[in-house]
Design a binder for this molecule. Sequence first.
Ligand SMILES: Nc1nc2c(ncn2[C@@H]2O[C@H](COP(=O)(O)OP(=O)(O)OP(=O)(O)O)[C@@H](O)[C@H]2O)c(=O)[nH]1
Length: 397
Amino acid sequence: MSQGLHVISQQQQQQDEEEDNEEDGIVGDSYYGDGDSFMEGDLDSEEEEVLDFTDPFSTEVKPRILLMGLRRSGKSSIQKVVFHKMSPNETLFLESTNKICREDVSNSSFVNFQIWDFPGQIDFFDPTFDYEMIFRGTGALIFVIDSQDDYMEALARLHLTVTSAYKVNPDINFEVFIHKVDGLSDDHKIETQRDIHQRANDDLTDAGLEKIHLSFYLTSIYDHSIFEAFSKVVQKLIPQLPTLENLLNIFISNSGIEKAFLFDVVSKIYIATDSTPVDMQTYELCCDMIDVVIDISCIYGLKGAGTPYDKESLAIIKLNNTTVLYLKEVTKFLALVCFVREESFERKGLIDYNFHCFRKAIQEVFEVRVKVLRSRKHLSQIRKSRITPNGTSRVPV
Ligand SMILES: Nc1nc2c(ncn2[C@@H]2O[C@H](COP(=O)(O)OP(=O)(O)OP(=O)(O)O)[C@@H](O)[C@H]2O)c(=O)[nH]1
C-alpha cells in the first residue's frame, strides 16, 4: 500500500521548527502544546475533588457517556478496544462486569469525558437504585444491542431505558449501537438496522414520545466501525465542534489539501474533520497511519522515559496513487492527519506555514475553554459557599 515511510528525524524537525519559529514567531516553546497539560495541571487536580454523581459542575467539565445494554452485548469490549488498545480477540476472555465501572477519559481536553459501563444484570429500575441522579448529568447514552442475538428483549430494555432517561434529562443524546455486525452479511446488516430502527421508533410513537431522537450505528470491534461510531458520539458532545470544523475548512482550502482529520491519538477517535464527506477507507487509512507512527516510535524512537507521541511527532507516507498522508502533532494528544495530492505537497512550505496558524488557532480555542471552565467553577464555588450546612442560603440570592 505505502511506497515509503518517511518519519522525519526529531532533530531535523526540531531544526525546522526553530527556523519556522524564528520567522513567524507564532509558537513559543514555553507555551507550545501545553494547552492540555496546562489544563490538566491547573484544573483536573482540583476537579477531581468535586467529581461525584451529584455535582452538576463535574458533569459540565466531563460530559458523561453511559454504556448500557443487555448482558454480554459487548459493552466492556467496546470500552477496552477503543480506549485501552485491547486487541478484539482478547475480549473473548473478558469477565462479566459485576459493578458499575467508571472510566475518566481525560487524555485530551477535547476528549474529556466519563464513561460508565453498567453491568448487564443490574436491575436498573430497582426503586433503591437512584437512576435519576445518574441520568441527570449524562451527555450521551449508548445502548448496545447484540445483532447476532435475538434482539426483542434488548429492544424492550432500550425503550424502558430511553423513556426513563428522557423524563429525567431530555437533553441526553440517545445512541444505539447495533453491535457485532461482523457476523452478518451486508444484506442482513441493512435489514437488521431497518428492523431495529423501525421497532424502536414504533415503540416510542406508541408511547407518544416520537420527539425522542435515536441515532443508529452498525458497529463491530473487529473493524473501524466502532471507532467511527464513537467519533460521532463524542463529536456531538464537543461544544467547539463548529469552530474546529471551520478552522479545518480554512486550513485545507488554503493549503491544497483534500481532507483533514483532527485525531485523538490515543483512542483514534477523530474529534473533527472538514466539511467534505468522510469515507470509511480514508478514515481507516488515517487510523492505520497513527498505528504505524506510534509503533515505529515505540520500537525505534523512544529515548529514556519519553513518550511515543510528542511535540516533534511528524510522519509522511506516500501512497502509490499519488496521494500523500501527512501527520503532524497539534497538541499533546491531538494530531492532524491530512490527505494531500502529490503535486500539492510540493508546496509543503505553504502547508507548514498554514499549519502553524491552524495550531495557534486551536490553542486559542483551548484557552477560551479553560477560561470558561474557570469562571464556571468560580461561580459554583461562590454558590456553594452561600449555602449553610442545613441547606439554607446565607445571603439572599
Ligand atoms: N463477534 C463479535 N463479538 C464481540 C464484539 N464485541 C464483543 N464481542 C464478544 O461478546 C462477548 C461479550 O462481551 P463483553 O464486552 O464482556 O460484554 P458486556 O456487555 O460487557 O457483558 P457484561 O459485563 O456481562 O454486561 C465477548 O466474548 C466479546 O468477545 C463484536 O463486535 N463482534
